[in-house]
Design a protein. Structure first.
Length: 166
């Protein structure tokens, strides 16, 4: 079995390439869950949230900020890991069904195209601040937040690395 092929089949560089897969899932009645982020340094907190999000439905779709989008949001020197590598890491998780890259600062357009049954973010977001929340609710979907796992953040990990002795 070629696992690289399986992983790569879950990665979509734009929504248009993903739309046929999404249509097939929706037509078969699968409940689609969507979340998004930069996932610059994938860590236990991300895994915990993604696993919980996946448990809310049948298919987990991750909107992944492109390198340019991540740089605009996080500042110079970011992302630490390029978009292709971040996409591959996320797609390698068994409970992730698709990773779709987007270049905007928010995934609102992607949410509008996907119209997931459940839109999920970490509890550091208020529901009314989650991009696309009104679209999902207006189409009968739900918007949920998941409690963050204490002590895990990309910024904290990067600060620890910066403070390591040379």
């Amino acid at each position: 079995m070629d696992y690289s092929e399986i992983i790569n089949s879950k990665i979509f560089t734009r929504y248009g390439a993903f739309s046929a897969t999404l249509k097939r899932w929706k037509n078969s009645g699968d409940k689609v869950v969507f979340t998004n982020g930069c996932f610059d340094i994938l860590h236990r907190g991300h895994i915990d949230n993604l696993a919980k999000a996946a448990g809310m439905g049948d298919r987990l779709v991750i909107g992944l900020n492109s390198d340019e989008s991540t740089k605009r949001l996080k500042g110079p020197g970011r992302p630490v890991i390029d978009e292709n590598s971040r996409a591959m890491l996320l797609a390698s998780l068994f409970f992730v069904d698709a990773v779709v890259l987007f270049g905007e600062d928010t995934p609102k357009e992607l949410v509008e195209n996907i119209l997931p049954d459940i839109l999920v973010k970490g509890s550091d977001y208020r529901i009314e601040d989650i991009a696309g929340h009104e679209l999902v609710i207006d189409h009968g979907g739900k918007v949920e937040t998941i409690p963050l796992l204490e002590g895990f953040s990309s910024s904290a990990i990067m600060n620890r690395i910066k403070n390591l002795p040379a």
